[in-house]
Design a protein around this ligand. Sequence first.
Ligand code: ADP
Ligand code: MG
Length: 698
Amino acid sequence: MLDKPIEYLKGIGPQRAEVLKSELKIFTCRDLLTYYPFRYVDRTRFHKIREITADMQQVQLRGVLESMEVVGQKSGKRLSVMFRDSTGMIELVWFKGYNWMAGKLKTGTEYIVFGKPSEFKGRFNIAHPDIDAVSDEFLAQQSAFQAVYNSGEKLKYRGLDSEGIRKAIKNLVAQLQQLQVEESLSEEVMQEHRLISKFQALKQIHFPENAEQLQRAEYRIKFEELFYIQLRLLKLNKVRAHTVQGYVFSRVGQQFNTFFNTFLPYQLTNAQKRVLKEIRLDMGSGRQMNRLLQGDVGSGKTLVALMSMLLALDNGFQACIMAPTEILAQQHFETFKTFLNGMNVEIALLTGSSKTKERKIIHNNLLSGDLKILIGTHALIEDKVQFKNLGLVVIDEQHRFGVAQRARLREKNTLPPHMLIMTATPIPRTLAMTLYGDLDVSVIDELPPGRKPIKTVHYTEAQRLRVFGFLKEQIALGRQIYIVYPLIQESEKLDYQNLQQGYDNLLHEFPQSQYQVSIVHGKLTPEQKDFEMQRFVRNETQIMVATTVIEVGVNVPNASVMVIESAERFGLSQLHQLRGRVGRGAEQSFCILLTGYKLGADSRLRMETMVRTSDGFEISEVDLKLRGPGDIEGTQQSGVMDLKLADLAKDGQILQLARQAAQSVLDEDMNFELEKNKVFERQLLMQQKTRPNWSKVG
Ligand code: ADP
Ligand code: MG
């Protein structure tokens, strides 16, 4: 029954089926059944016309149709209906399908009207309301929790407005028997978590009897959605642990020890120590490591990467680190050179702009094994880059690399090398569990000592002169300054103009006779960028004007002021990343957010959040709430987008429980051999068929 094509459902037919397919991807009865309402309204309650206020989302009125006429010209042409109850009169209007509507309605008849009131010239009207003639049958089916479904113009045209969809689902549910809805969780999991049956949940989600039933139905459906994502990821992880052998790094040897005892310039933080130990144990276990290293900007991930790589060397392996931009790869190279200065370790840098001659040398030395550590950009992925014995791959700033790129690095040795994936974009725990559920996670939750919290302020254009004055003071104190402009691809030209104009204004304020200003943007060649960057790093320029190319990873401890122009155009996680460029030295650092005077509610919240906190995780939670998971990088391929009801921003607790449930199923019976667990196998198979993108993950 459920797999029947949708056109065979009573009341649907070929034409409606067509729009259901094209507009909502509903092909079968099952698809229709899992087209969930987006909200509920109380249809047992009636309002009086006199009670209507401007902020009401919807009203339900009962009254008599006094008069109607088609009025207006051309695009303003509409059906205007005067509708009266005992307290007053209101206008109902239809701009579309008004001829059909006019034919359907009768003056002098009693109707029930439902819609959103709006105010026009001091009077209320309702555009395109639902309207039904009063009848016992109609009144009997009114519910306190009437489902509302998303619809659209094309659907409405075929009579599939919210009400039409509801009726179709009602027909379907009426025909369904308990047995036809296959249970998709095991008895055990359902009992343990006190979940109602799938059949009950589906019935109640569309036609709830009361608030409690609705809540239980939502809970059951969300739980199931999250459960299967977790089951899939955790199983992947287990399978890998059982079948994917890894190289065993059994010893801590000379390179590591020499570095630790002689060259390490400071004490490791406790968090760095803990994380290093986790990595060491993992790489010594005989299974291949797949580990996510999360740590806020400035928490010292690079050092952890470096020391992990020395462990690889100590066990006779090579290691590489891949960064998302040239500048960052360059900087890692410099950092590694400085750290390893005095030690006998061969390292090299490989990027898109490496010369052919250099490349050849690098390729040869990699193959011979003389080159131990390779640092670079995605140029590392190329097939020509072959290692003698690659044992560890570090990927910095993971979210910029796709899953596919991860996979290609995996193939660079007979057994897959260990993987350490570092991200400075804190992601909410809920999202991390879903995006990286197949990875083990280490967290550096502590900053190196002696850092002063960055002072963040929000100013508008009007205060620009004050800001310039402040910048001059800071420069006089010997500090350096970043000024960042937004660069958003779609309007690259415009942004570039803004940048140039800002730069010119700046030169006016900071004349070249007294100040040195660098500028870095996407139109420069890598050499030019590098030249400017290096001037800034060497403190030859005091101001770095840049687009967001500096967003990731750059480290200039003497730069203590970050000015972000048009800050309202940046997302929260970007703002946080940018702010992380300062506060790296001993001096008090500042972040100045400059925006226009008028801000939307979202922008305001972003600025307030930045001023209030510098906790990356807290910021990422707000970001997730503002943007939803769909806009956060990496979510597209993860199965997160298949969630229909569960919301990662709100359902963290259900996620936690669903993950535990999945874990305990797998702990007992990872291959679903027990009869009671067969249901999971069937469901996973079915989901794989209907959601082919899942197979690419991992
Ligand atoms: P991120 O985690 O953002 O990549 P980095 O690795 O760039 O951070 O480290 C930021 C700065 O902190 C660097 O200048 C680094 O040398 C320094 N640092 C790292 N670990 C420590 C430590 N244990 N004590 C003091 N400074 C440290
Ligand atoms: Mg870094």
